[in-house]
Design a protein around this ligand. Structure first.
Ligand SMILES: [Zn+2]
Length: 319
């Protein structure tokens, strides 16, 4: 390997997940094959009663059932386990979940995830969306300081649906030029300088929908940076939040050094680059994929199967 290629290769090692690091070390040590990723990861403990929302102090132990610890709520008297009421309740083959979470972290294909977990492709598909259901709703709830907003678009897709409202496209496809606007699903991405990130699949890119997404999110003292689209100006006027519109076409991309939308743009392009592997995703699942990407960005190289399982059961360990 040429020296420069080697330097580049070393730089890429930073992106490895803990599981991939372990496998690389095994490989370098000349072992025949690396051990399969650890199948079991601890399931996160309940944070309260799933029935009456009593606090965790009101829960007592109640033996075991189906290999899971049971709890009893002293307030409502009901018993349950760590999965009751979560997206993972009633899924089978629990012994494969950590391995599946690892496949999610790596972003492998359904076929490969199915192979690793010894399940069929339909199961791998069902698991994907059960594992991502809660992560899809886990986005920043408050952004402050310099807040960058920008919109990006995904091609509308009816992938997986039996009856298509129009003729099928193949491999992600290309939007017909004439109907471009109707076939693009707008996603509003908002990121502040501390890395808090939220994104919203919008029904329509108009002032009302942008307002509904931004109003509860953006701090009153924030400075909103966006392109010069009228929807952001309308939001800023209505909320009296400071606004630095950037006329991307005609002005310098950066105003006064700090006012730019380069962080949110970089996020968009990482999102788009990562999504390419799916060859177009069904619009009805788009939010799950957005949440998946957000989860990977949230934990970066510290992401583990245990964290994925915590996300999947709606127990967010950090924001
Ligand atoms: Zn209860």
């Amino acid at each position: 390997m040429r020296h420069m290629a080697f330097v580049e290769f070393l730089g890429q090692l930073k992106q490895l997940t803990p599981e991939q690091r372990k496998r690389l070390v095994w490989h370098l040590m000349g072992r025949e094959s690396a051990p399969a990723p650890r199948a079991t990861a601890p399931l996160p403990a309940p944070t309260g009663c799933p029935y009456c929302s009593a606090a965790v102090e009101r829960l007592g132990s109640w033996g075991q059932s189906h290999g899971l610890k049971r709890y009893r709520c002293r307030d409502c008297g009901r018993t349950f386990n760590a999965l009751t009421g979560t997206a993972l309740a009633h899924l089978r083959k629990r012994e494969q979940w950590a391995r599946y979470a690892d496949a999610l972290i790596e972003g492998v294909s359904l076929r490969e995830a199915a192979r690793r977990c010894q399940v069929d492709k339909n199961t791998a598909f069902r698991w994907r969306h059960r594992f991502l259901r809660d992560a899809a709703g886990h986005r920043a709830e408050h952004e402050a300081g310099i807040v960058e907003a920008d919109e990006t678009f995904f091609l509308e897709s009816f992938k997986g649906q039996r009856r298509l409202p129009r003729p099928a496209r193949h491999r992600g496809g290309v939007a017909g030029k004439r109907r471009l606007s109707a076939e693009q699903i707008p996603v509003l991405v908002v990121r502040d300088r501390s890395g808090q990130t939220a994104d919203f699949k919008l029904e329509k890119l108009d002032a009302a929908h942008v307002m509904a997404a931004l109003r509860p999110l953006v701090d009153q003292e924030a400075i909103l940076c966006s392109d010069s689209a009228g929807v952001y100006a309308a939001f800023a006027r209505a909320t009296r939040i400071a606004h630095r519109p950037l006329n991307i076409q005609h002005c310098p991309r950066v105003v006064d050094g700090v006012f730019h939308i380069q962080n949110v743009n970089a996020y968009d392009s990482r999102l788009k680059g990562w999504m390419r592997r799916f060859h177009g995703v069904a619009t009805k699942y788009l939010e799950n994929y957005l949440g998946w990407r957000r989860m990977l960005e949230r934990y970066k190289t510290t992401v583990t199967p245990a964290l994925c399982l915590a996300e999947a059961t709606g127990r967010h360990l950090n924001s």
